[in-house]
Structure formats: C-alpha cells, structure tokens
Design a protein around this ligand. Structure first.
Ligand SMILES: Nc1ncnc2c1ncn2[C@@H]1O[C@H](COP(=O)(O)OP(=O)(O)O)[C@@H](O)[C@H]1O
Ligand SMILES: [Mg+2]
Length: 419
C-alpha cells in the first residue's frame, strides 16, 4: 500500500511530504520502502497567519474556521503534488498530521490537542482517502498525544539477540520541540518524552532580531559568533518542566514567543543579539543531554540517532556531543536508512497504514502503559471519507432516511423548557 504522509511541525517552516510503500508480511514484519520525500513551502501570508495564531495569541473562532479550511486546502494541494512528485501518480491513502495550533497541558497531563487542516479538504484536493487527527485518540486514552514517534522508533531501532549486550538507543528528533525515544531490546517497553525546546526558542530569537527576514539560524552561524551567557542560561534552566518525570509533552503554549524575555526579566536579566542565540542553542543541547541522563536508562545509551531540522545545525550538534557522555555516539537517522528531514512525514505514513488496518499506533511503555502514557494500545486517526473499510458494499443508492421505531432516550431537561 502506498501512503503519502504530510506534516507540518511546530516550526511551521514548511509542509513535509513523504511517500512510503508499506507491506505487512505474514511473519509480522512491516516493510516500509521510502519512495521519496520533499517539502512544499507554506504560502507566505498563510504561514504568517498560522504563526500569529500560536500561543499566546487570543484567536477568535472565525480565524480558527478560516485557518482550518485554508490549511486543509494547502495540505491537500501538497498531498496531490506529492502523489505525482513522489509516487508516480500511484497512491492509496494520505495520512495528514495537520498543523498543531494548541496542545492543552495541565500540570503533567495532556487534556486536549488541536491540529488544524480539514481532512475533507485534503481528501477533496488529493482525491484520496485521508487519515488525520492522530493525536487526540491517544489523549482520550490518557496519553500525552505526543511524542507519537515512539512506535516508529520502537519498531525500527529495537535490538535483537544478535546485538546482545548493546546499550539502548535514543532516537532524538529536533523540531520546534525536541523529543526522544529510548529503545532497548525488541521485548522491552520503550520510553518517549519531549525534552523541551528544540529549535523554537532559537527561531523566535532570530526572527525578532532580523525583523522577520530570517526564519532560523542557518548553519548555526549566529550562535557560533555569540557567547553563552551563564547567568541567562542558569535562569532558563530553572524551568520546572525539565525536572518532571516522563511521560510528558510540551509545546508552544509553554515555550511561546514571550517565554525567554519573561524568564530573564524575572531574574532581572536581559539578553540580545548573537549571545542570546548562542545561549538558546546551548539551552537546547544541555536540556536534551540532561534529560537523557536524568530520565534515560541507568547505564546510559549507546547512541543517539538524530533527525529533524535541528540536526542540520552544526553548532547545536557540537554542543550536544559536548554534553553527552564521551562514549555515546551521535548518528544521523539517514545512516540507518531513514531520511532525517522526513522522519515525521514517514511516521505519519506509517501511522496511517497502521490506523486503517486497525493496528495500534502507540508503543508499549513501562508500567503497563503505552510510551505516551496512554492506558492501553490505541488505534490512532480518523478516516475521511469513512468508506474503504472492509464492509459489504451498499449496492444501491441511498434515497431516504427512515427512523426506526425503537424506544430512544430523550434526556429530560431539568430546567423545564417550554417547547
Ligand atoms: N541549515 C540549518 N541550520 C540551522 N537550523 C536549521 C537548518 N535547517 C533547518 N533548521 C532548523 O530546523 C527547523 C525545522 O525543523 P523541523 O524538523 O521541520 O521542525 P518542525 O517539525 O517543528 O517543523 C527550522 O525552523 C530551523 O530551526
Ligand atoms: Mg518542519
């Protein structure tokens, strides 16, 4: 089955698309053949509107409706192009993550999550069935709804008998937010969590410094020209999120556009320019390394498999290596066969495939929970339109609606309305 995965992360830098040829063998091995991946730019005006709607902005429902429609149309157009560009016109299904606008976290529990990008519009434009809304099913089952990537990492990176004695692997994706999955042997539960900011704080600083001209610190050039401010770094490391035990997830609701200035001001500090960018880059590297040391396996991990846009920032990777133990290797996901720029798009292709086959998209975690914290394995996603299920065909046109004469429950109104 050929599945087109489309996603846009918290960075809102581009729409990522990937085509995967997936086949489940009788022995339970799922074969994923990456057919290709690309990214399509967001139209500038729409990208600006999405960014303007992210926390801490207050947005009215009219804007939410418009964004849901416009994002759906754009994701649909991207999926349609990807069918031709990546799969030679031959694709069975589109799996769309949508654009996260809000991730509702209270304390260490996720209560809700909102991805925009109407699936009906995607199905209309791409002329393919669409699986979407992957996160909310996990949240409804008590999970964090993030990081969803644990299932891919668990199926892909678990060691078997041949690797006896190998230390676990950490898969690290550095998007707007950074997340890790710690994967041991095939039969062991995996642990996954968001470590904190990936590129989002650095991007925000660069965008402000350049008056919106630059979206990010290309190749870490600004960070390399600045100096880490120890007092500012210490103030930022006081963030309580870093100390919380997994499972945990976070987003732009916490690490929003005013976060850094607010935290520094609370300590009577101010920082700007290249030194700010250097300090925020250091913050990402330190929090990832500390998170692995504090919440990862006791004996450490043997290797960190890196993906996401942050893997292209050489300063960030250097600082990460500096903070990880010397015997931990840092390996790009590409070296293991998965394009690191497109890992999330392939993830959603995989989740779409699992979803339409009724297979859970969450990996087994510790304490009889899923890696996301969900109480049970969860089949993720909603199918639009709901037709290609294995049901007998209707065989005729639907012409009338007849209400069956069965006793149906009417909830009595306690307020005694007049109609
Ligand atoms: N050449 C590069 N140098 C430095 N940072 C980069 C480079 N390319 C991408 N990035 C960073 O990666 C981010 C996009 O990463 P991505 O994995 O797409 O994140 P998300 O999943 O949040 O969209 C950009 O916003 C930028 O911060
Ligand atoms: Mg992106």
């Amino acid at each position: 089955m050929i599945v087109i995965g489309v996603s846009s992360g918290t960075s809102v830098d581009a729409i990522d698309a990937a085509a995967a040829d997936l086949a489940l063998r009788p022995d339970g091995t799922l074969h994923l053949r990456p057919l290709g991946h690309t990214e399509y730019p967001w139209p500038d005006a729409l990208r600006r509107r999405i960014l303007a709607a992210l926390p801490p902005a207050a947005v009215d429902l009219g804007e939410v409706c418009e964004l849901d429609t416009l994002v759906g149309q754009e994701l649909g157009a991207a999926a349609r192009r990807a069918v031709d560009d990546l799969a030679g016109g031959d694709a069975d299904l589109v799996a769309s993550h949508g654009q996260t606008l809000h991730h509702w976290v209270v304390g260490n529990r996720t209560r809700g999550t909102l991805q925009l990008g109407s699936a009906a519009w995607i199905a209309e434009r791409a002329r393919r069935p669409v699986v979407s809304d992957f996160r909310v099913a996990d949240v409804a089952a008590g999970g964090q709804g993030a990081p969803l990537v644990s299932i891919l990492d668990a199926l892909w990176l678990a060691s078997d008998d041949a690797d006896h004695g190998a230390r676990p692997t950490a898969a690290l994706n550095i998007g707007g937010i950074a997340n890790v999955t710690v994967v041991g042997r095939l039969d062991e539960p995996v642990l996954g969590w968001d470590t904190g900011p990936g590129n989002c704080l650095v991007d925000g600083a660069v965008q402000r410094l350049s008056g919106g001209r630059d979206g990010f610190d290309r190749d870490g050039l600004l960070a390399a020209s600045g100096t880490v401010d120890d007092a500012a770094l210490a103030a930022l490391l006081e963030e309580p999120y870093y100390g919380q035990a997994p499972p945990k997830s976070t987003g732009r609701e916490l690490f929003d556009g005013e976060y850094v200035a607010g935290r520094l001001a609370a300590r009577g500090l101010r920082l700007d320019g290249a030194d700010l960018v250097a300090t925020l880059t250091e913050l990402t590297a330190v929090t990832i390394a500390r998170s692995l040391a504090e919440h990862g396996p006791a004996g450490g991990v043997g290797r960190v498999v890196v993906s996401g846009g942050g893997a292209r920032n050489p300063v960030l990777l250097d600082r990460l290596r500096a903070h990880l133990p010397a015997d931990t290797a840092v390996v790009p996901a590409d070296d293991l066969g998965l394009p690191s720029d497109a890992k999330e798009a392939y993830l959603f292709a995989l989740l779409g495939f699992l979803g339409v086959h009724g297979v859970a998209g969450t990996a087994r975690g510790p304490h009889r929970r899923q890696a996301t914290g969900a109480r049970r394995p969860v089949v993720l996603g909603s199918l639009t339109p709901p037709t290609p299920l294995d049901l007998p065909a209707a065989g005729t046109t639907v012409r009338r609606l007849v209400l069956a004469n069965t006793p149906h429950a009417v909830v009595p109104s306690s307020r005694g309305t007049s109609s």
